[in-house]
Ligand binder design. Structure first.
Ligand code: GLU
Length: 513
């Protein structure tokens, strides 16, 4: 039975890269008929940010990433918040101490800092490891009796992992293959502190074991920790889960990890939901508030570092893979083998494109739901059926709900000004005569598409050898205020006869050329 976990630390809003990690875990779990767990890793109390846990839960819920067990829904392996599991970790630290896999260390922060400086002065980097540990204050250099005495006297300590000297540690990664690292290069990481709190490394391994996690799918930034984790499993005598370290999400330019600053600079969110920083009061934009559809965000993220392989039946001539995929399709197609090794560049235009595509999939009534509040804001009490009709006609022109008002306002309010450039280009002095003729046609011809089309375009414009572009665009200027919009006859039919006539009359009176 596959069991995966998403294990964020509540240190702030969830970065979009973290969302992708959660998504890949979810897709894998669902596809394998396994379970998906949300565990909150809050052992580092100094980095705890109030509201972050709630934010993570809300964000993943918005995106449709669902959990089978977790901090918010409970489950048979709870509790799922590490601070609630605090009493559990000490015995595991003790087990490692007893078995010679760990030792007590008493070095004060000032002493460690002094060591670092001393090494720096010699252009070297200090590492607490098998080559330096005997020169430090710990139960190996001082002896266990002295260590026990100090602990009883109330001295602060940490428990460090004792890497064996000079062994090769192999991490088998499902994406990267075998990664080998020599223990000489690794530092004796802190596992436990005298305040009774484990560090990330100990808590993570103990919990993954107790929660029977089978696959650890997480960001590449954790790959350097993987040898320690593999050794911890060995030290405990537990079977390690399988590892898959996901490639980084990169800046649009491709140089370095995607940061909030890139988002601010290029105008796109790097967080799923808007975030109000409780300390600074700073507000960071979110995909949800920017009008992104959750399905679009999921689809876009799924393809940042993974692809479904060539289209079925593809003969190789067209190696492009399918891009639009629902959550169900993603679950069906997902595979760890198709996750790429190299980082994925963030592409703002592509994000917008995805949203545009998903906006098109919404039915007219849903688009109308998004538009109604905007109309209200502009003081317009519109007929629901009419709004739906407008949305149906216009949604292909928008990528975000926020564009609805700008794109469609003329369906609800007559233009009060006319675009100067358009007027200068199209509205020749004879337009007054042609527009008066259009009013006459509207008043006399049956108000339906074919009849109006024939009367205006064939019987008047073509029969009198007029310039179709000029006349129809002038009519558009009169009705819309500028030369954009859908098919002119359809537009007239939607706005209505009386309103169209009123607008054309007003244009005749107002536009001076
Ligand atoms: N708490 C870690 C984080 O915030 C989890 C890393 C892991 O998945 O092992 O990313």
């Amino acid at each position: 039975m596959v069991r995966v976990r998403f294990a964020p630390s509540p240190t702030g809003p969830l970065h979009i890269g973290g969302v992708r990690t959660a998504l890949y875990n979810y897709l894998f779990a669902r596809q394998q008929g396994g379970k998906m767990i949300l565990r909150i890793e809050d052992t580092d109390q100094t980095r705890f940010v109030p509201g972050a846990e709630q934010y993570i839960i809300e964000a993943l819920d918005w995106l449709g990433i669902k959990f089978d067990e977790g901090v918010h829904i409970g489950g048979p392996f709870g509790p799922y918040r590490q601070s609630d599991r605090k009493p559990l970790y000490r015995q595991y630290a003790e087990q490692l101490l007893n078995d010679g896999w760990a030792y007590y260390a008493f070095d004060r922060p000032e002493a460690l800092e002094a060591k670092r400086k001393e090494y720096e002065a010699q252009k070297k980097t200090f590492q607490y490891d098998c080559t330096t540990r005997m020169g430090m204050e710990n139960s190996l250099s001082l002896g266990m009796d002295e260590a026990k005495r100090r602990i009883e006297a109330g001295e602060q300590y940490v428990v460090r992992f004792k890497f064996p000297e000079n062994i090769d540690i192999m991490v088998h990664d499902l994406i990267r293959g075998d990664v080998t690292m020599n223990s000489r290069l690794l530092d004796d990481k802190v596992l436990f502190k005298s305040d009774g709190m484990p560090t990330y490394h100990l808590a993570n391994i103990v919990d993954d074991h107790l929660m029977e996690i089978t696959h650890v799918i997480r960001g590449e930034e954790w790959l350097p920790s993987a040898p320690l984790h593999v050794m911890l499993y060995k030290a405990f005598g537990w079977q390690a889960p399988q590892f898959a370290h996901l490639p980084l999400l990169l800046k649009p330019e491709g140089n370095g990890k995607l940061s909030k600053r890139d988002g601010d600079r290029l105008g796109f969110p790097v967080f799923p939901l808007e975030w109000h920083d409780p300390k600074s009061g700073e507000v960071s934009s979110g995909y949800r508030e920017q009008g992104y559809r959750p399905e679009a965000v999921v689809n876009m993220l799924a393809l940042m570092g993974w692809n479904p392989g060539k289209r079925e039946g593809d003969n190789g001539a067209n190696p492009v893979y399918q891009e639009l995929m629902s959550m169900d399709e993603l679950i069906k197609l997902f595979s760890i083998e198709h996750i790429s090794k190299s980082g994925a560049k963030f592409n703002v235009e592509k994000a917008k494109w995805f949203n545009h595509e998903y906006m098109q999939m919404l039915d007219d009534s849903t688009v109308a739901d998004l538009f109604m509040p905007q109309l209200k804001e502009h003081g317009i009490e519109a007929d629901r059926e009419y709004v739906e009709k407008v949305c149906g006609m216009m949604k292909e022109r928008i990528s975000f709900p926020s564009e609805l008002w700008d794109t469609c306002s003329y369906f609800f309010v007559a233009p009060t000004e006319y675009n100067e450039k358009d007027v200068a280009k199209r509205w020749t002095p004879d337009m007054h005569i042609h527009m008066a003729k259009v009013i006459e046609i509207l008043n006399t011809v049956p108000f339906e598409h074919d009849a109006l089309h024939k009367a205006i375009l064939d019987d008047y414009i073509a029969a009198n050898s007029l310039n179709t572009g000029k006349v129809m665009n002038s009519l558009r200027i009169a009705v819309v205020g500028r030369t954009v919009g859908p098919d002119m006859i359809t537009l007239i039919l939607t706005i209505g006869k009386d309103e169209t006539i009123r607008r054309v009359e007003r244009a005749i009176q107002t536009i001076k050329q």
